[in-house]
Ligand binder design. Structure first.
Ligand code: ACO
Length: 370
């Protein structure tokens, strides 16, 4: 039976840097408090004209380029996000159109910061079942658009970004070995955006009450996280008949350095076995694990045959982990000029095709109107 293997990876981090000192001019906080309580030094925020799908498209481009794969042959796109461009259509459909994945099924998946783990598990199961031979799995977020920049307890934590992996079916040992997923909706109110859905549609009152922003009971989420991360890591290894000594690198959700350190202590692993980059990006929710995975590969920390555990927790409450055996080598050289040109032609064609289809629809509507 074929299993899903990661054959491409990519990330996109917006260019606008917001440091802790910048935040200390906006709310009553300090660089010292943020660094010591969270480990975060800065975060990146999207430009005014960018949205979640723009970040996702950039990460998807890079993942396909690393895999050397044509967008038109992608069969499945899953975007894990809690900050979709709109309630509908899905951000995944916008990505499908923008990259020219003309033969792909596309949908969004919402599981808070665990979204990427859920998406990876769903995609690898669909590949394992033989329904698809490849899948683009993206975690993309613009949490800054839902952050209350007057609330010091949340605004210091979050950042924007996107990461993606490209999975392919292969009759090889390794790839995605096991996944565990969990949820506990009794903790739903610990971390939420309360208004803007069917329960509390947008109104002048919800706006006045600032209910379209993230609210969080940080201490309770913290307590949940320090238990969930090691538990999910142990469970996913047990499911794959492996143990902690086999693990080369853990990629935890990047929420708070104290949570990552507590997980390392609980698992009895040295700190360097748990990858961390949250100092530079803050908590990018469903994007944090694929961004971290991508950076770990770029830094040579993940090599062929390594066992990697990706593990997350988040709103819902949700948690989950995936164990995967890395089976590819990172490209030894950047793309040639010829390859760069070839991808650029495909991206331009996708954009041209999208505009043409819209124009044809407008003409048909005009032609057929009574
Ligand atoms: N600057 C200065 N002081 C602050 C700030 C700030 N930015 N934020 C809170 N404080 C104050 C509090 O008001 C409190 O003051 P008090 O003692 O006078 O009441 C004091 O600092 C301590 O507050 P705590 O909440 O106890 O601080 P704690 O050490 O728990 O750290 C934090 C808070 C960083 C939020 C931590 O609880 C945490 O990381 N929780 C987990 C959050 C998380 O992971 N969320 C993402 C989940 S994933 C998803 O799905 C999006």
């Amino acid at each position: 039976m074929a299993t899903a293997h990661v054959v491409g990876w990519g990330k996109y981090i917006p260019t606008r840097v917001v440091t802790n000192d910048d935040l200390s001019h906006m709310v009553d906080t300090s660089d010292e408090w943020i660094r010591t309580r969270t480990g975060i030094a800065q975060r990146r925020l999207v430009a005014d004209e960018q949205s979640t799908s723009d970040l996702a498209v950039e990460a998807a481009h890079r993942a396909l380029e690393v895999a050397g794969f044509r967008p038109a042959l992608v069969e499945l796109i899953i975007v894990a996000t809690v900050t979709a461009d709109m309630p509908f259509p899905s951000t995944a459909c916008l990505v499908q159109d923008a990259i020219g994945a003309t033969h792909a099924a596309a949908f969004d998946l919402s599981a808070g910061c665990t979204g990427f783990i859920y998406a990876l598990s769903v995609a690898s199961d669909m590949i394992g079942a033989g329904s698809y031979t490849n899948a683009l799995v993206i975690g993309a977020e613009t949490l800054s658009r839902f952050t209350d920049w007057t609330d010091r307890e949340t605004c210091v934590l979050f950042g924007d970004g996107a990461g993606a992996v490209f999975l392919q079916a292969k009759d090889l040992d390794g790839g995605v070995l096991s996944s565990v997923l969990g949820s506990d909706g009794s903790g739903a109110e610990l971390l939420a955006v309360q208004a803007g859905g069917s329960k509390l549609p947008a109104s002048e009152q919800t706006l006045a009450d600032r209910m379209h922003f993230i609210t969080m009971r940080g201490r309770e989420v913290f307590r949940f996280a320090v238990g969930a991360l090691p538990r999910a890591t142990r469970d996913v290894l047990e499911k794959a008949h492996l143990d902690l000594d086999d693990v080369d690198l853990v990629i935890p959700h990047q929420a708070n350095q104290r949570i990552i350190d507590a997980a390392a202590r609980s698992l009895g692993l040295p700190a360097e076995k748990l990858y961390s980059n949250l100092e530079w990006y803050g908590n990018t929710s469903a994007a944090s694990i694929p961004i971290a995975l991508c950076e770990a590969v770029e830094q040579g920390l993940i090599q062929r045959d390594n066992l990697v555990v990706c593990v997350g927790f988040g709103a819902g409450l949700t948690w989950g982990a995936t164990a995967l055996r890395w089976t590819v080598r990172a490209p030894s050289a950047p793309m040639s000029r010829w390859e760069t040109l070839l991808y650029s032609v495909q991206y331009r064609y996708a954009s041209f095709r999208s505009r043409l289809l819209r124009a044809l629809r407008a003409i048909t509507a005009w032609w057929t109107k009574e």
